[in-house]
Design a binder for this molecule. Structure first.
Ligand SMILES: NC(=O)c1ccc[n+]([C@@H]2O[C@H](COP(=O)([O-])OP(=O)(O)OC[C@H]3O[C@@H](n4cnc5c(N)ncnc54)[C@H](O)[C@@H]3O)[C@@H](O)[C@H]2O)c1
Length: 345
């Protein structure tokens, strides 16, 4: 295959970010069409110099595509993803893969049946900070991992909630934002075994939650807590910590802490707290060591990787199956909050 030909389905906030990543990509890749349910997106296609389609099926029928990026609202991921797979086209679908495990499993089955790959848009996997944290936790640098404490608290702007789909539970901070952290926690600490949780709708009164608090038990035996809100003013979130986009001005404040018997790790700007070979107890001084790492252009890296997957030179860094495990753990938060019961993942 020479040039990889991609189509974009859903040209909203994140669709535009994929568009710009395709432009920055160093892979031999070209955007060849845009499909969006809103006619207003036609102007974006005109700017990009590619044909515009009012629906994905029409684009898939007309263009010879190697892959599509599905960036529609979460509740509309499954249909265009299945249409693309059935048309023999590889898919990069935004996170969460779908709002339900059943829909995600339909995607896994269709990918197998059509022998196509599905890469899921958990773009944080492309940051080396995640890989280093996983290495430090898993190679015993912290001793035995005992616990994790994390936060994601940001106040979204009012106009964010203008589209009706952002009032629904699928657009709440658990499924929209926590899923990133859940995926990162699974990647770093291993699978989640059980979850207890509470949610609150105190601010906006929408179907979606405004705040959630959860307790996690990992299969390793480590415990965790996590607090999140899309209505709370705070400097603590992945986006603020890293400054990954200029939309969220950087605070540099770490949002997650991993605690082991021998050391602790702040994340994502890695800082290791340890006893420097002295006796490791509360009467001895703790020393900190920063592990500085440049921040990757994750969306570009994701498109480059998608092209490698399409060419058969790589397997998805985060497959539909892996993303479904992150989805399962994330949905368990809503289930636990609703039922008041601890949920086994
Ligand atoms: N990776 C990330 O960091 C990240 C960030 C934001 C959003 N997302 C995910 O991206 C997805 C989209 O979010 P957004 O904020 O860009 O939404 P958005 O509302 O800004 O954009 C969605 C676009 O899809 C179009 N659309 C809706 N239904 C369609 C259909 N059936 N076929 C074609 N087009 C359709 C809409 O007209 C709109 O232009 C969500 O799943 C969200 O969770 C991921």
């Amino acid at each position: 295959m020479t040039m990889v030909k991609l189509g974009l389905i859903g040209a909203g906030v994140i669709g535009r970010r994929h568009l710009s990543a395709i432009e920055r990509s160093t892979a031999d890749v070209q955007l060849v069409g845009i499909a969006d349910a809103t006619p207003a997106a036609a102007s974006l296609a005109a700017e990009a110099g590619v044909p515009f389609y009012a629906d994905a099926a029409h684009m898939l029928a007309e263009l010879a595509l190697d892959g599509v990026v599905v960036a529609t609202p979460t509740e509309h991921h499954v249909q265009p993803t299945l249409q693309a797979l059935d048309a023999g086209v590889h898919v990069l679908v935004e996170k969460p893969i779908t709002p339900s495990v059943e829909q995600a499993e339909a995607i896994i089955d269709a990918a197998k049946l059509n022998d196509r790959h599905v890469l899921v848009g958990h773009h944080r996997r492309y940051y080396q900070q995640l890989g280093k944290a996983r290495e430090l936790v898993q190679d015993g640098s912290l001793g035995t991992l005992l616990s994790v404490s994390g936060q994601w608290n940001m106040r979204k702007h009012d106009s964010y909630f203008e589209p009706a789909w952002r009032h629904k539970w699928e657009a709440g901070p658990v499924l929209t934002n926590l899923i990133h952290d859940m995926d990162a926690l699974r990647f770093i600490c291993g699978d989640v075994e059980a979850i207890s949780a509470e949610t609150s709708h105190a601010c906006r009164g929408f179907e979606k939650e405004d705040v959630a608090a959860l307790i996690l038990r990992f299969t390793s035996g480590a415990l965790g807590t996590f607090i999140l809100s899309d209505q709370a003013t705070s400097p603590w979130s992945w986006e603020y910590a890293t400054g990954e986009t200029s939309f969220f001005p950087k605070t540099g404040q770490n949002a997650v802490r991993f605690m082991g018997t021998e050391a602790a790790l702040e994340f994502p700007n890695l800082v290791l707290w340890h006893h420097n070979g002295e006796q490791a107890d509360w009467n001895h001084a703790l020393h900190q060591r920063s592990i500085p790492m440049a921040l990757a252009d994750a969306f570009k890296a994701q498109i480059d990787h998608f092209c490698d997957v399409i060419r058969g030179e790589a397997t998805p860094l985060i497959s539909a199956g892996d993303a479904t495990d992150s989805l399962r753990a994330t949905l368990a938060v809503l289930q636990a909050a609703k039922s008041g019961q601890r949920v086994l993942v």
